[in-house]
Design a binder for this molecule. Structure first.
Ligand SMILES: *Cc1c(COP(=O)(O)O)cnc(C)c1O
Length: 362
């Protein structure tokens, strides 16, 4: 069986060299005589694995000393609760401002409302989330405990190209579907977090990058497992961390460094996305619904405007080895998720296939 071009939004494609290295090391890691899966998380050999993963991520993202890197569980969705639990100055009284840019931002808002006085300062919900909401800084509350955005909207294919200026209010960003795809200045964020399964490794690890001064303020009701400070003090090992997932993430970090780091990824991702968007803009059949300045580099959505044609396209593409192009169930249409691991050939071949489909379906 050949590997396909997998356009899944997540879990998604991983770099082949990463999978092959994991395969090579699966049964016996180095000279340990055991699999990483079988190692104690307290062992010296595992300590080296997690320390290298963290150091490489720090290098890749230029994470300063005054930020902690945590490897947690519960997915990005757990952060929707963990962020308010840790950052609010009071239960139900602490203020949090949110920009509602899509499904995952909306879920984060819903969850935060259980604990916080939430204000939605901008939203693009009523226009189907086809753009990053335009915001008015006058709406931001200067006494908010934090300000929340979703950096890349996986379902709708939008991304922030500039960040809101929140002054001394810590900016929290869900970077699940854009981490390591483009350069970010981490110092702009109080917290940046990401589930691993889009651009890093298998599902099961959540990376949380948090500025030191935001630790140690969790609400009393916060479960111990969800207190960032507990996890920071214990080096992400209050309990057993997702050891194998962290190892796999480490392999990806190592691979990305060899490839030239995030700057090189960004360059390739801009080039990759452009091939697809340029075609969508000239196509008479396919159309991208997103405001051009907000187009995602990672998730490219498109429609024909005819649900039957969309379905026929997805079916034909699947048969040709371009899989998981169906759009999210809440929006329909198509979506090509083109994370770091998607090679440029995958996109060139997809566009060639789309052109052919267009000719045959005039
Ligand atoms: C996938 C995704 C999530 C949800 O991640 P889980 O790990 O399944 O909880 C949240 N936010 C964004 C931006 C995502 O892409």
């Amino acid at each position: 069986m050949n590997r396909v071009y997998n356009f899944s939004a997540g879990p998604s494609m991983l770099p082949l060299p990463v999978l092959e290295r994991a395969q090579k090391e699966l049964v016996c890691y180095g000279d340990t005589g055991m699999s990483v899966m079988e190692m104690s998380h307290r062992s010296k050999m595992y300590e080296e694995i997690i320390a290298k993963a963290e150091a490489d991520l720090r290098t890749l993202m230029r994470i300063p000393e005054n930020y902690k890197v945590l490897f947690l569980q519960g997915g990005a969705s757990m952060q929707f609760a963990q962020v308010p639990l840790n950052l609010l100055s009071g239960y139900k009284t602490g203020k949090a401002d949110y920009i509602n840019s899509g499904n995952f931002a909306n879920l984060a808002i819903k969850e935060a409302k259980k604990y916080a006085d939430v204000k939605e300062v901008a939203s693009s919900k009523d226009i189907g989330y086809t753009q990053i909401p335009d915001w008015d800084e006058a709406e931001f509350r200067s006494d908010a405990d934090y300000f929340y955005i979703c950096g890349n909207n996986t379902i709708y294919g939008t991304r922030y190209t500039k960040l809101p200026e929140t002054g001394s209010v810590p900016l929290v960003a869900d970077l699940s579907s854009c981490i390591l795809s483009q350069e970010y200045d981490i110092t702009k964020f109080g917290i940046a977090f990401a589930g691993a399964q889009k651009n890093i490794g298998p599902a099961g690890v959540t990376i949380v990058i948090i500025r030191d001064d935001l630790l140690g303020h969790a609400l009393d009701i916060t479960p111990t497992m969800l207190d960032y400070k507990v996890m920071a003090d214990k080096g992400s090992m209050y309990n057993t961390p997702p050891t194998y997932g962290i190892y796999m993430a480490g392999l990806t970090f190592d691979y990305l460094l060899q490839q030239g780091g995030v700057a090189e990824m960004e360059k390739r991702n801009v080039e990759k996305a452009k091939i697809l968007y340029d075609y969508l803009d000239e196509s008479a059949l396919f159309h991208n619904p997103v405001r051009p300045c907000d187009r995602s580099l990672m998730n490219v959505t498109f429609v024909t405007g005819d649900a039957d044609k969309d379905a026929a396209f997805v079916k034909a593409a699947t048969a040709a080895g371009f899989v998981n192009l169906k759009g999210h169930r809440t929006v329909g249409g198509m979506r090509a998720s083109i994370y770091n691991a998607m090679p440029i050939e995958g996109i060139e071949k997809l566009v060639a296939f789309m052109k052919q489909f267009e000719v045959e379906n005039k």
